[in-house]
Design a protein around this ligand. Structure first.
Ligand SMILES: Cc1cc2nc3c(=O)[nH]c(=O)nc-3n(C[C@H](O)[C@H](O)[C@H](O)COP(=O)(O)OP(=O)(O)OC[C@H]3O[C@@H](n4cnc5c(N)ncnc54)[C@H](O)[C@@H]3O)c2cc1C
Length: 447
């Protein structure tokens, strides 16, 4: 992760689509014809639900509420309905924001200029599961796919800590999670093929395979709507979840550095400070007053992991196995420790996504950048990754820390923005072809 642009200025309003209330009314009628009366809603509850996502994790985005609200929400029940919906919205000039489970934490699923939200959670069919792949509709949940894979003696290459999130949402809006240590981020070969719908007058489902599918990954739905995806599976390993505790997170992080060198590689390795560990859900394997390390490792290396823990001054609290425990450990990773801490102490904490071995090598300096700084550590793909938490004062304090972190050799990605910030020029060029009228999730460009 190279540092991505971190901007305090709001995104450009230049691309705001000029639709009117009459266009929305006409579209409600069109969509009722396509999806049935129950498939489209303008009810306040449905609109309010589609106006929210995980951006409450950012005090900066929270202060900008409302980030947007749709005029109507529709819920297709099969992939082949989506092109019909898109053609209708394009004909009426109404913007379209695609929504999965709404767990994205940058506000990127919130329709900035209103218009139509397509809720994809009704598209859940798993159409094929073979040796090394699973094909499913975009609304299928990652946890469902992982379960289906285990039943077939396989596992997903990766899934996010929000295991309830959708396949389409993870491909379009997420990036990493359990499995990332081995396979990197989701744009690195995880996606085998995609069926997408572009915002054209004559929209149909387009199949993109191999290299042709990769440019659509992590594009926030601005360049196409994913209706189906085929992603990579691999043979199931015999996993163990090792929970360890340490007197201090310095020791836990030192252990994480050693765990990353173990072969076969772990599927996940997360570690937290004493304070952050105390905010995780109650579990005998996460004793209060101790820093916690949780790692999902092959059964063949459990003894080696125990040796690492002890050599770093810690103790193994539990060794668990099975799908449920693997999922449980996953759901305590990435943003989740921050989320639990924010839940316990609302309006107190913010976080920055940070990367680099300096996180461990210069830990005290890194944590000193922000008041009460506390690092949640993940072993990433060949590097250390984490969430640096601090006590929130104001946006300036948050952004001032970026230069200090970069000076320490830490790359920073801000979770306090909703614009496309990775590969923005390339994605904009792609979207000019696939969405010539700028109707797909508009308002995501920095300038
Ligand atoms: C506590 C917490 C922990 C998290 N942990 C992780 C983590 O471990 N790893 C990670 O990568 N992320 C993580 N996230 C972010 C988020 O959960 C992931 O990005 C998630 O995969 C998004 O899936 P979703 O179904 O909720 O998508 P949504 O939030 O609904 O949408 C995300 C983006 O994708 C677009 N989109 C959704 N579906 C489609 C589609 N079918 N076609 C085109 N565009 C679409 C939306 O318009 C939006 O821009 C976390 C967030 C929170 C709040």
């Amino acid at each position: 992760m190279a540092s991505a642009p971190v901007a305090m200025a709001p995104v450009s309003d230049a691309g705001r689509p000029p639709f009117r209330a009459a266009d929305v009314e006409a579209l409600v009628h069109d969509l009722a014809g396509i999806l049935g009366e129950g498939g489209v809603s303008t009810a306040p509850r449905a609109l309010a639900r589609a106006s929210k996502d995980g951006s409450g994790m950012s005090p900066i985005l929270t202060a900008q509420q409302p980030l947007g609200a749709p005029d109507l929400v529709c819920c297709p029940k099969s992939a082949h309905q989506v092109p019909d919906v898109v053609r209708a919205a394009v004909r009426r000039g109404v913007p379209i924001t695609t929504r999965g489970k709404g767990t994205g934490n940058y506000g990127q699923a919130v329709p900035r200029y209103g218009g139509l939200v397509i809720d994809m959670t009704g598209l859940t069919t798993i159409s094929a599961l073979g040796d090394g792949y699973v094909t499913a509709e975009a609304g299928a949940r990652m946890i469902t796919l992982e379960r289906a894979a285990w039943d077939a003696g396989q596992q997903l290459w990766m899934y996010p800590s929000t295991a309830q999130s959708t396949l389409g949402g993870f491909v379009a809006g997420g990036s990493a999670g359990t499995g990332t240590i081995v396979h990197g981020r989701n744009h690195m070969g995880f996606v085998d093929s995609l069926d997408v719908v572009y915002a054209h007058d004559d929209a149909e489902i387009v199949h993109l395979a191999g290299d042709d599918a990769q440019p659509m990954v992590h594009t926030y739905g601005v360049a196409g709507i994913i209706v189906r995806a085929t992603v990579q599976l691999e043979p199931l390993q015999d996993w163990r979840c090792v929970y360890a505790s340490f007197a201090s997170h310095h020791d836990a992080f030192a252990a994480a550095v050693h765990v990353r060198g173990v072969s076969p590689q772990p599927r996940l390795c997360s570690a937290d400070t004493v304070t952050m560990s105390a905010h995780l859900p109650t579990d005998d394997a996460i004793p209060r007053g101790r820093a916690s390390l949780r790692t999902i490792v092959d059964s063949a290396v459990v003894d080696e992991i125990s040796g690492i823990v002890e050599a770093c001054g810690g103790r193994v609290e539990a060794v668990r196995s099975g799908l449920q425990d693997t999922l449980r450990a996953s759901m305590l990773s990435y943003n989740h420790p921050t989320w639990w801490m924010q839940k316990a102490e609302p309006d107190t904490w913010f976080h920055m996504e940070v990367q680099g071995d300096a996180l461990v090598e210069r830990l005290d300096e890194v944590e000193a950048v922000y008041e009460d700084g506390m690092l949640h550590l993940e072993v990433g793909y060949g590097h250390m990754f984490g969430m640096l938490n601090g006590r929130y004062r104001d946006p300036q304090q948050v952004y001032d820390g970026v230069a200090q972190l970069e000076a320490l050799g830490v790359a920073v990605h801000s979770p306090h923005q909703s614009y496309v910030d990775r590969d923005a020029d390339r994605i904009r060029t792609l979207a000019a072809q696939t969405d010539p009228r700028g109707l797909l999730n508009p308002g995501r460009w920095l300038s």
